[in-house]
Design a protein around this ligand. Structure first.
Ligand code: ADP
Ligand code: MG
Length: 271
């Protein structure tokens, strides 16, 4: 007996480094007609670096302490920047993490926040270091585009026939820069994780079947709201990996249009 087309497609996807959860998931992927991307860790590598410190660079030590409990890619960048400068990072307590916004902790008796910088006049990701309510420094972070990102966006635009969207918690300037580099014009910056899910639901209400592609950090609500969700696997959180219909284990964006095309071919064979 031959394998049913959807199962055969799952096997093929697996050989290309994409783990598709079920035959139903495989089917839903090919039903989508619109794509929404997360930015950090999805269109970019998710390994940002602190490129510039404006203000008091010594507060990097406090910032690194406050970030030491966070798994966000920006947290790793802040800790690396402090280490590179040879700063001694004190211990922190009372960690609070606000998804899509930043972190707060108590360091040496002071309240230290590292959070999304206000304003949209930034060309990069900008976070401010706030000590006892006072902004002491602004960190500018850059992240490289993922290899093959423009090609993957172009391929998905061709497959769906609709212009993809970029949904991000980052500021408008940083979002626009990445969007321009990959060929996306529909940019929605400053979105909290729940707002990303709401944007996906808006698309669904407008009659679209939305494919959400995220890296898994804070993306579980949007992955759950979408008709189908794909998580880039390397940095993804367990929750997002559970919520997604497929996980790109090999971490290559080219796998996203490839798996959509596979699903469509398989669905044509299912009668
Ligand atoms: P994206 O939508 O680009 O994946 P997130 O939703 O994870 O980004 O975060 C949105 C913004 O919130 C970041 O650009 C940053 O300004 C701020 N932020 C989130 N987590 C942290 C953190 N751990 N430290 C500092 N800033 C953070
Ligand atoms: Mg992200």
């Amino acid at each position: 007996a031959t394998m049913p087309p959807l199962l055969s497609a799952i096997a093929t996807a697996g050989r290309h480094g994409v783990l598709v959860k079920s035959a139903v998931a495989m089917e839903r992927l090919g039903e989508t007609d619109h794509v929404a991307f997360d930015k950090t860790g999805t269109l970019t590598e998710g390994a940002p670096r602190v490129a510039r410190v404006r203000g008091d660079a010594s507060v990097l030590a406090l910032a690194a302490a406050a970030e030491s409990d966070s798994e966000h890619p920006l947290a790793r960048a802040v800790m690396t920047a402090a280490q590179e400068r040879g700063l001694r990072v004190p211990l922190a307590t009372d960690f609070v993490s606000v998804p899509g916004q930043g972190v707060r902790a108590v360091v040496d008796g002071r309240t230290v926040e590292v959070r999304r910088a206000a304003g949209d006049a930034h060309a990069d990701t900008a976070v401010e270091v706030v000590v006892d309510g006072e902004i002491r420094a602004v960190l500018e972070l850059t992240d490289r585009l993922r290899e093959g990102a423009p090609e993957a966006v172009a391929a998905l635009t061709g497959l769906t026939g609709t212009a993809p969207a970029l949904l991000t918690g980052d500021n408008a300037g940083a979002a626009r820069r990445v969007a321009d580099a990959v060929g996306i014009s529909d940019v929605r910056p400053g979105l909290l994780p729940e707002h990303k899910a709401e944007a996906v639901r808006d698309g669904e209400r407008a009659g679209r079947r939305v494919l959400f592609v995220g890296d898994g950090v804070n993306d579980a609500p949007a992955l759950a709201a979408a008709h189908a969700g794909i998580a880039m696997g390397r940095a993804g959180s367990d929750l997002a990996l559970e919520t997604a219909d497929a996980v790109v284990v090999r971490d290559e964006l080219a796998a996203v249009p490839a798996v959509i095309a596979l699903s469509r071919r398989a669905r044509r064979l299912v009668v």
